[in-house]
Design a binder for this molecule. Sequence first.
Ligand code: FPP
Length: 283
Amino acid sequence: MNRLISAPTTIVHTPAQLAGLALRSLPESGPPAASPPRVETATLPRHVAIIMDGNGRWAQQRGLSRSEGHREGARAVRRVVTQARNRGVEVLTLYAFSAQNWRRPGAEIEALMALLIEFCHDERSLLEEQAICFRVIGQRERLSPEARGAVELLEESTIDNGAMQLLVALSYGAREELVRAARQLCAEVAAGRLSPADIDEAAVERYLWTAGVPDPDLLIRTSGELRVSNFLLWQIAYAELHVDQRLWPEFDADAFDAALTAYAGRERRFGAIQAPPDPAQAR
Ligand code: FPP
């Protein structure tokens, strides 16, 4: 079930949420009529997506195992989930395990799955307290019965929570997601329920794992890498990118706020151009 609201671009913030953030809001009346469409000053992103990178390097720098790096990464997940929720972000999507990560050594996969199961058990009360709805996107059918059971239990128990949606991408790949959508659309056409001429962006979106979720406004990647790694390729078409040099286990509430502040200073054009200055206003 999807309970996300298709809300307007600006969101009301409490003074506490705004503290420390150089956020600029659109005027209540919206942009002047002369402006070209879809030019906005970014405020608080509705949807933040994060590529959590650098657990392995963090561990290596300390002479620890990669699994210990992932464990420290899970601590960072808790911090960031709380911060995003407290800041008023509507959707937070975390890339926890890609479809390609199955190629990692078995012991590392096992450690990651064990952490996931632990997270689902241990964080249930935190998600309940903070009214966060948890949902998995990706090839859930590839998860072990135990891991799948743990995530589905958490999904069921948090389904009515409305403060923030936490999407965790597991065995996720954007190309895999698009192939799956193409197959489902073809099946609809073959069954005579859909005409090829009716396949538009909205039709494709209905078959994505993120159906009904607003596209990410802000994509954060840690560890300084400049790649999108098969993550939400359709959905990030107009996302603002923010690369943080810290390794994921070092990412904290301040780092999250810094990303929000950087986002607040961006001008989003969505393919349009900025309106030329109004000479009357200049006088
Ligand atoms: C990438 O760093 C990180 C991952 C593949 C796993 C992310 C998992 C967590 C943050 C912890 C578990 C998550 C949840 C939701 C409980 P890397 O290992 O590729 O780092 P490296 O590039 O330094 O080797």
